[in-house]
Design a protein around this ligand. Structure first.
Ligand code: LCV
Length: 259
């Protein structure tokens, strides 16, 4: 059995994250299998994809595989990082992707879920934006994913506190489309998927692409981008960045010094 399990039925593709030992961390190998499944669905003209974890998980995904983060002197979230690939592929997939969430969603997994087109969550679902926990300088397109998911004040609270937001509050804030009891989560999600799959796939695909282009149409000057990249380099070259990763690996609370 791989790190993801996928199947396609009645135009609906399902991808189940299947690496509980590592809390479904989005490492290169898992992301590669996930992208292969999406590729297969596209070839088979799936009309909806559902991204989920095993039923009953406490952790939907622990986010970027911390063990795969560079230990300084290199952008930890550069263009070719598996997480960046994954978010782009989700946004470019020609059909709606529904994230079906139980348990905790952490860091890069939170961005991955917010990049999906719809989110159906169980009451125990939580969503945490964690760069500040690790000392990581999140990247510009990632911050835009968050900004497209919530208003600026909520994004700032989630990013600055790194604290999980629960499903009920997430629904109130419009972060998720529906909160549904665990016992009904699967039926509800597949019923939503069937409704979409019965509509015109070409029309839906072009609306998804239009919304992607419009949501990404944020002017940022070359000078503005270069300034951000310079600031991010200071962060990933900092002792704090190394301390964040070290503390995670040593299973202890990090001690950040601001340098
Ligand atoms: C590798 C892991 C991980 C993991 N990577 O189980 O957004 S950013 O900028 O931060 C971005 C860079 C990012 O996404 O970074 C990662 C952000 N994620 C987090 O901060 C969550 C880190 N994980 C946790 O806080 C806990 O693992 C949770 C609360 C998710 C689950 O706790 P639980 O007690 O159930 P363990 O912590 O015991 O983890 C079980 C195994 O999974 C590994 C962890 O190292 C452990 O492996 P070992 O059994 O070999 O010790 N693991 C968990 N998260 N992100 N590996």
């Amino acid at each position: 059995m791989g790190l993801v399990v996928s199947h396609l039925k009645d135009h609906i593709g399902t991808i189940t994250l299947n690496n509980p030992a590592k809390r479904n961390a989005l490492g290169e190998a898992l992301v590669k299998e996930l992208l292969a499944a999406l590729d297969h669905f596209e070839t088979r003209k799936a009309r909806v994809a559902i991204l989920r974890a095993e039923s009953g998980v406490k952790v939907w995904s622990a986010g970027h595989d911390v063990g795969e983060l560079p230990v300084g002197r290199r952008d930890p979230l550069g263009w070719d990082d598996p997480l960046r690939y994954l978010v782009r592929e989700i946004e470019n997939f020609p059909a709606p992707i529904i994230a079906m969430i139980e348990g905790g969603v952490w860091g890069g997994a939170c961005e991955t879920v917010f990049a999906c087109d719809l989110i159906v969550a169980s009451p125990d679902a939580t969503f945490a934006v964690t760069p500040a926990r690790l000392g990581v300088p999140y990247n510009v397109s990632g911050m835009l994913t968050f900004l497209n998911a919530a208003n600026l004040r909520i994004v700032k609270e989630m990013a600055f506190t790194a604290q999980p937001v629960g499903a009920e509050r997430a629904e109130r804030l419009g972060l998720v489309n529906h909160v549904v009891p665990n016992s009904e989560l699967e039926d509800f999600t597949y019923s939503l998927a069937h409704t979409i799959a019965e509509n015109a796939p070409l029309s839906i695909s072009v609306m998804k692409e239009q919304l992607r282009i419009l949501a990404g149409a944020h002017p940022m000057s070359p000078q503005g981008f270069e300034r951000v990249q310079g600031l991010r380099r200071v962060v990933y070259d900092s002792d704090d960045y190394q301390e964040g990763i070290r503390a995670f690996k040593e299973k202890r609370k990090p001690r950040f010094k601001g340098e």
